[in-house]
Ligand binder design. Sequence first.
Ligand SMILES: [Zn+2]
Length: 366
Amino acid sequence: MKGGRPENSLAKILSLEMASLSGKVQTVLGLVEPSQLGQTLTHEHLTMTFDCCYTPPWSGQEALSKRSFEMKNLFWIQNNPYSHKENLRLNQETEAIKEELLYYKASGGGALVENTTSGISRNVKTLKWFAEETGVHIISGAGFYVDGTHSPETRAMSIEQLTEIITNEILHGADGTDIKCGVIGEIGCSWPLTESENKVLQATAHAQSQLGCPVIVHPGRNPNSPFQIIRILQEAGADVSKTVMSHLDRTIFDKKELLEFARLGCYLEYDLFGTVLLHYQLEPDIDMPDDNKRIKRIRLLANEGYEDRLLIAHDIHTKHRLMKYGGHGYSHILNNIVPKMLIRGISKNAIGKILVENPKQWLTFK
Ligand SMILES: [Zn+2]
C-alpha cells in the first residue's frame, strides 16, 4: 500500500500480538503460564486419520484387514497396524479418548502436545472440547505433514505463502476457527526429502524466527534425514535450540552418529513408547526397537550430558494403541516407563527434566 502507514499499523498489530505470546505457552484454550503444564507428553495425537499410510497386507491375508476389533483379531492388528483400515481412523474414538485423557490426568499427567498437522485431518475444535472436558492442557500443531498428504495447492505455494499460513494458525487460529496452535509441527519429512517438504521446512524456519515459537519435525526413515533437516532449518534462520527432532527411536541407531546428532543442539525425542512390532510396515529395513532399548538410549544420552534436551511420548496415531482396544494408552509412560527408568538408573531429577522442565522450556514462546 502507498504511504506505508497501513502497513506500519499492520506491523504494529503483529508485533503486539507476538509480544503477548512471549513467556507464555499457547494451548487450545488460550495462553497459560508455563508452570501450569506439569508432566507433558510432547508428541501425541487425539484425533487424526492415517489413510495416507495404508499398507496392503501380506498376500493371502487380505480378509484379515477388514475383521472387527475382537480379541481373537487383536494380535494380527497389533502386528499389521497399517493394514487394517478401521485402525487408521483415530478420529472415530472421541469418547474413548476423553476417558483415556481423564485417566492420564489421574495418573499425574498435566499436558500434551497434539501435533496433528494439515494432511492427516487436524481438528482443533475437537481438541478444544477434549481440553474443556478433561482439564488436560492441549497444545495444537501448525503446518503440514509429509508430502504424500500435501494438496496440489500446497505444493504450488511459495515459501512466503506457506509461512503466512503457518503464522496465521498461531496468531489467529486454525481450520477456519479462532482456536490457535501453540507449536509448529509435526512438520512431515520423507526420505529422500521432496521439494514441497523442503519449502515447508524453510517456511517453518521463517515463521519461527518471527514468532519465537516451538517447532517439532517428523524426519524421514533414514539416519541422514535428521541431519539434513537441521541444516535446512538452520540455513533458513530457525532456532535449533527450540526445535524437536521426533522419532529418533526408529531413525538413528548407531551410537556415534546419535551423539554427533545430539551435538547439533535440538531437542531429542523418543516418542514411540509402547510400540512393539515384529515387522515395521512403513520401513521394512528397520527393526523397531522396544521400550527397554528406548530407555537404554535415554540413559546413554542423559549420561552424555543431554538430559536438558530429552523429551518422550507415545505418538499414538492408530486405534489399537488405545486402552479400549487392549493397547497401552496415554498413561503408559507415567505408569510403566517411569518406574522402569528408575530401575535402570535414570535419576528422578533427570526424569523430572524429561517430563516437566524440558517440555516447559521448549513450549514457552521467546
Ligand atoms: Zn506423530
